[in-house]
Design a protein around this ligand. Structure first.
Ligand SMILES: C[S@@+](CC[C@H](N)C(=O)[O-])C[C@H]1O[C@@H](n2cnc3c(N)ncnc32)[C@H](O)[C@@H]1O
Length: 219
């Protein structure tokens, strides 16, 4: 946790409660150690959904469908959500949750199964576009996804990226990072440098949860 734990706990205590079914799914995910968006990140996303009122959301990294169902709850009724996942074990749970009648907004969501790198290329080829993109997959691949995400993101759209501060270790010198984590450390720093220096984007990095960046694509 990047900000002081007590402050985070206090802010979270002020947050709105999740609808009961979503709360149950969140608790199940936490119990099974599925890495879903943290409470404080949920607040950022809910706020941005209210502000942006997206028509088309793209999510990279479905896991078991928690964040997709969360976004379906707080986005406009006619919004469509495309979410991508590749790991078979996660897909079994995601299919089940996204078909669960307890989530009345689930019909907004389309699950795409496979590697995001290929699916993003297919979406570009099909000339799809999105006004809200949530990137929450393998951190080391964010840089590889970026060119296609930029093509898919509409002007005036938002690109939200989770886990960008890697529990704060992103600020450490590469020499203090274990050899195993050096590649991911370098790639995340490269990603953050790129999205904060691109002409087309206005980006802010928030030390919320595990670090969230919000990039606005300028007209
Ligand atoms: C942090 S979890 C997503 C959590 C989810 N967004 C939530 O908050 O409920 C990241 C997910 O991305 C998936 N993933 C990682 N790399 C991927 C790739 N190249 N293509 C598709 N899915 C990928 C992982 O299998 C994992 O389930």
């Amino acid at each position: 946790m990047i900000t002081k734990e007590r402050i985070t706990a206090y802010i979270n205590s002020l947050d709105k409660d999740l609808p009961p079914k979503l709360y149950k799914l969140e608790q199940e995910a936490l119990k099974n150690k599925v890495p879903i968006i943290r409470k404080e990140t949920q607040g950022v996303i809910r706020f941005l959904l209210n502000l942006q009122k997206p028509r088309r959301i793209l999510e990279v990294g479905t896991a078991i469908g928690f964040s997709a169902l969360f976004m379906s709850e707080y986005s406009p009724r006619d919004c469509k959500i495309t979410t991508i996942e590749k790991v078979p074990m996660r897909l079994i749970e995601a299919r089940k949750n996204l078909a669960n009648k307890d989530f009345p907004q689930r019909d907004k969501i389309q699950l795409k199964e496979g590697d995001a790198f290929d699916i993003l290329s297919n979406l570009v080829e099909a000339k799809e576009s999105y006004d809200f993109i949530f990137l929450d997959a393998a951190k080391a691949q964010y840089m590889n996804f970026l060119p296609n995400l930029m093509k898919l993101l509409e002007e005036g759209g938002l690109l939200i990226t989770d886990n960008v501060l890697q529990d704060g270790t992103v600020i450490n010198s590469r020499y203090s990072i274990t050899r195993r984590d050096r590649t991911i450390h370098g790639r995340m720093r490269e990603y953050l440098y790129t999205i904060t220096h691109m002409e087309e984007l206005e980006t802010i990095i928030l030390p919320v949860g595990d670090g969230v960046s919000i990039s606005y694509k300028k007209s």
